[in-house]
Ligand binder design. Structure first.
Ligand code: ZN
Length: 404
């Protein structure tokens, strides 16, 4: 007789006839799920003498961790940087729609905004687990307002501000609260950025460097203060120069503290970064590459005029411009498109392309023990893809939440 029969009576699902992404490679193994978590089948057999209640035949497709988008400004007409009365429903709508792109969790992103917007929006957007109603929210990404006016990109000049009061009190004065915040993008050359970065990192918030004129020394100092991410590498920063490589130089810096990884966001939409630049970044620092969409509210909508925070945006083909200019303002690419483009443009393996949209963002956020992985006991947030990396099914907590 089994000694401790059934730790849990919850039903067990076994996904068979699949290749699962585990330990950085696709392996021909089954995936076992119970109570929203990935189960170790050996423990199940030997400790519990358990078995599967259901089997799902995956038709030899790929199972990968669900995609995590740490920079998305909105989509389907919803602008996270606008404090409408129903911002909650807006986030919920985007959360539902991105399931079809294989996104199982994300960081709603606010561009530089006036303080009253932060005060209205930040308390409304809560961290959620996700489920049939949509992808989970991992916390906000606040991109600005502590950035460089010279590298503002699509951010409204009048709301960009310096740290004036030593850094820490500037954060609270501007944002009102740091609850539900996961990432803050700052320009490290700003006076008092050091104390602000240390404060944020101390609260478990990832600090990202971007919209910045920083030289490499300033970027390295920020990393030594705890910054761990670069916002859309190459865009809105000094271009790589061989005598002062700027923020881009962090990819091969020897002043990054031992054991630390600097991650960098890449908008791999075929527009924001030339394929050769994408390859330079990937080949010099593959472990840090994080695919982001930087999607604007027009993502999922037809061409024409839309908004991004306080700015008007014009969509032409796959280009999103600040209206009346040639300044790029985020993308209308979806995460699955970015994954496919990255793989094709970089010539990387399927595994590397998938991990850049799952494992790496989870590591950046410090949640890779439960997200971005198919390891045992992790959340059963995963996607089923065919060999062209088209998403066929999306699961959250082991439940099918979207099917092509
Ligand atoms: Zn930006």
């Amino acid at each position: 007789m089994p000694s401790n029969k059934s730790v849990s009576d919850a039903p067990i699902t076994q996904f068979i006839n699949c290749r699962i992404l585990r330990d950085h490679r696709l392996q021909r193994e089954d995936l076992w799920v119970r109570e929203g978590k990935i189960l170790d089948p050996e423990k199940l057999f030997f400790d519990e003498e358990g078995f599967a209640d259901h089997k799902v035949d995956c038709g030899n497709r790929i199972i990968a961790p669900g995609f995590i988008d740490v920079q998305i400004n909105g989509g389907y007409g919803i602008d996270f940087s606008q404090a409408t009365n129903n911002i909650k429903q807006g986030v919920a709508l985007v959360a539902k729609k991105v399931l079809e792109h294989g996104v199982t969790s994300f960081c709603p992103t606010l561009v530089t905004s006036p303080p009253e917007i932060y005060r209205q929006v930040i308390p409304e957007i809560r961290v959620t687990d996700g489920g049939a109603e949509g992808a989970g929210v991992l916390g906000l990404h606040l991109e600005g307002p502590f950035i460089s006016k010279e590298k503002k990109g699509a951010h409204p000049l009048q709301f960009i501000r310096p740290f004036e009061k030593g850094g820490v009190s500037d954060l609270m004065e501007t944002y009102g609260t740091l609850e539900n915040v996961a990432v803050v993008t700052v320009a490290p050359e700003l006076t008092y950025s050091g104390p602000a970065i240390r404060e944020l990192v101390g609260k478990g918030i990832a600090v990202s460097l971007g919209h910045s004129m920083a030289d490499l020394g300033q970027a390295e100092e920020a990393v030594q203060n705890g910054a761990s991410f670069i916002t859309h590498l190459f865009n809105a920063m000094l271009p790589f120069h061989h005598r002062d490589p700027g923020i881009v130089g962090l990819l091969t810096s020897d002043n990054v503290p031992a054991g630390r990884t600097v991650y960098y966001g890449m908008i791999s939409d075929g527009i924001h970064t030339h394929p050769a630049a994408l390859r330079i970044a990937h080949r010099s620092h593959p472990a840090g590459l994080v695919l982001v969409t930087d999607a604007v509210p027009a993502m999922g909508l037809p061409a024409g005029r839309h908004t991004l925070g306080q700015q008007e945006i014009h969509i032409q083909g796959l280009h999103a411009y600040v209206a009346g200019t040639t300044t790029l303002s985020g993308s209308i690419a979806t995460m699955d498109m970015c994954v496919r483009h990255f793989r094709q443009a970089s010539g990387c393996t399927v595994e590397a392309a998938l991990e850049a949209a799952s494992l790496h963002p989870a590591q950046l956020l410090g949640i890779s023990h439960r997200k971005g992985t198919l390891d045992y006991d992790a959340d059963a947030d995963f996607i089923v893809l065919d060999d062209s990396l088209t998403v066929r099914e999306t699961y959250i907590a082991g439940q099918l939440v979207w099917k092509k």
